[in-house]
Unconditional design. Structure first.
Length: 80
């Protein structure tokens, strides 16, 4: 399995773009607003790409231990 991280904000270190959306089999987002942004910006590129919202508030620092634990918990059912 290969994974990449990207952001929906224009000033993200790695902003989501058409190439990343085309590459992805599935896209996992933390908040519903992230899903909405991706759906509106990349509607034509999404085709059959599944977008899964994890319902995690996007207010954690990068690699915050609590965030990592929460992500592992929410993602476990997709990779069991």
């Amino acid at each position: 399995m290969e994974t990449l991280s990207a952001g929906t904000a224009n000033d993200s270190d790695t902003p989501v773009d058409h190439e990343l959306v085309d590459w992805a089999d599935a896209i996992f987002v933390m908040e519903r607003r992230h899903r909405t942004v991706i759906q509106s910006r990349f509607r034509n590129s999404l085709r059959q790409t599944r977008i899964v919202c994890l319902d995690i508030p996007d207010d954690y620092e990068f690699m915050d231990r609590d965030l990592v634990v929460l992500l592992e918990s929410r993602m476990a059912r997709f990779f069991a």
